[in-house]
Design a binder for this molecule. Structure first.
Ligand code: ASP
Length: 444
């Protein structure tokens, strides 16, 4: 099986992290393709090289001297090269970069984080270096030209004899302009590579042992999630449990390549495998994970005989659309509905939104309920199994937590409950304690 192994910024932050990467890559002959991010934080409060390079651009833009900043960046790379005894001429190459800095694009400047890190890692691993600017082809609108990219990556595979290192996060248009993915986009490069060379597994090495069944800042020592589907991961990430750049899943999901999240600092931990479907007929957890966010706002609209009037909800929604506010949920009653939105999105506009709704919908009353927290209980094994939501509501009720909203996703893979911000942590505890380790036989 071919594996693509992508190492994030903290996994390549300094020489000792480079050593861990080399041990990981060398311990498995199937790890023939390596993607790296730019060196990240070595300790909390440290700077990521990418952030420093963005700062360099800001200095250039405002005509402020950036030489001390450049010296800091150069030093990070020199330390790695010296400690590992590498022969890559950091000083010379860096000087070339600095001399060209006024002439190159801001994207080019930022891409040098991955380029230098990649050059050093390629030498240390004894792997050929393939420049992402030559193989990851972008359209001018910033999307990837998958066809051209695939052709070029396959050519690279032949030229290099079937193993290489690719720096993540950037590529170039056909006329050679450097383009960047979104922040954290090294994950996307890894996924694109895995897809283009038909890898059997995309390993994503980071500094956590995969997804956890609950936020460790709320629940002490939650269990790890070993297997999760792409769909479940979307639900959990959307609610804040994010480990992977979201867009990284699409290239591999379409062709059914699993992703395994692994921890560079604890390589024996299993991590999390994300794939389209999970095991059939296996003993599995009833609940895959719980995640949530605070500070939503409910706009509660009530109007007698609304059920006979067509267009009320549409008018209310188009008002939100005109303010550029995205809608999270719309629980409805016979003569009322609520619209749940992200509090941050309406913090400056809520009064105007309400005024517009008064005018357009002419309701009997509108109430704004701030401080709503949403908790999503996610689990592919909950569907077609009676009683799960009853247990959630029962457990919350027994703990004296008032539920202010309930919805279930259409695929039945998540149940979402809204509670007061103040009850958020307690509610997550209650649900985790009740279900966290409950097991069932999966029937999928
Ligand atoms: N170095 C880039 C960033 O910090 C991309 C990545 O790490 O994946 O966002």
């Amino acid at each position: 099986m071919i594996k693509v192994s992508k190492f994030g910024g903290s996994s390549v932050a300094d020489a000792s992290q480079f050593e861990k990467v080399a041990n990981i890559v060398k311990s498995d002959p199937e790890r023939k393709f390596v993607v790296v991010s730019a060196a990240g934080k070595r300790f909390s409060g440290d700077n990521k090289i990418t952030d420093l390079l963005l700062l360099v651009n800001a200095h250039i833009q405002y005509g402020v001297d950036c030489s001390p900043l450049l010296a800091t960046i150069q030093q990070r790379f020199e330390e790695i090269a010296n400690e590992l005894g590498l022969s890559f001429p950091v000083a010379e190459e860096f000087e070339r970069f600095v001399e060209s800095i006024e002439k190159v694009s801001p994207e080019y400047v930022v891409s040098r984080g991955e380029w230098f890190t990649g050059k050093l890692m390629a030498e240390y691993l004894g792997m050929p270096f393939v420049d992402a600017a030559d193989v990851v082809v972008f359209h001018h609108d910033g999307t990837v030209d998958m066809e051209r990219t695939q052709t070029r990556l396959r050519e690279a595979l032949i030229h290099t004899g079937g193993s290489f290192l690719l720096p993540g996060f950037y590529g170039a248009t056909v006329d050679g302009q450097i383009k960047l993915f979104k922040r954290g986009g090294g994950d996307i490069t890894g996924a694109v590579l895995a897809r283009c060379i038909d890898a059997g597994l995309y390993e994503n090495w980071t500094d956590v042992s995969g997804f956890l069944a609950a936020d460790p800042r709320v629940v002490e020592n939650p269990r790890g999630i070993h297997r999760i589907t792409f769909e479940e991961m979307r639900e959990l990430s959307y609610m804040g449990a994010s480990v992977l750049q979201e867009e990284a899943i699409f290239p591999v999901r379409e062709v059914n390549i699993p992703i395994q999240i692994k921890n560079t600092n604890a390589p024996d931990d299993f991590g999390t495998i994300i794939r389209e479907t999970a095991n059939e007929h296996a003993r599995e957890h009833l609940i895959t994970g719980i995640a949530g966010k605070k500070d939503f706002v409910g706009i509660y609209v009530q109007k007698a005989h609304m059920s006979n009037e067509i267009g009320c909800v549409r008018r209310a929604l188009s008002i939100l659309e005109s303010y550029g506010v995205s809608v999270e949920h719309i629980p409805t009653g016979v003569d009322s509905f609520s619209i749940v939105v992200n509090g941050d999105d309406v913090k400056d506009s809520i009064y105007s939104i309400v005024a517009d709704m008064q005018r357009e919908v002419k309701p009997d009353s509108i109430n704004v309920l701030p401080g709503l927290a949403l908790i999503s209980v996610v689990g592919r094994n909950m569907s077609r199994r009676a009683g799960t939501s009853g247990q959630i509501f029962g457990a919350l009720g027994e703990a004296g937590i008032n539920i202010r909203m309930i919805t279930q996703s259409s695929q039945e893979i998540s149940i979402i409950v809204g509670v007061q911000n103040e009850d958020f942590e307690k509610a997550i505890h209650v649900i985790y304690d009740h279900f966290g380790n409950a097991e069932v036989i999966s029937e999928r």
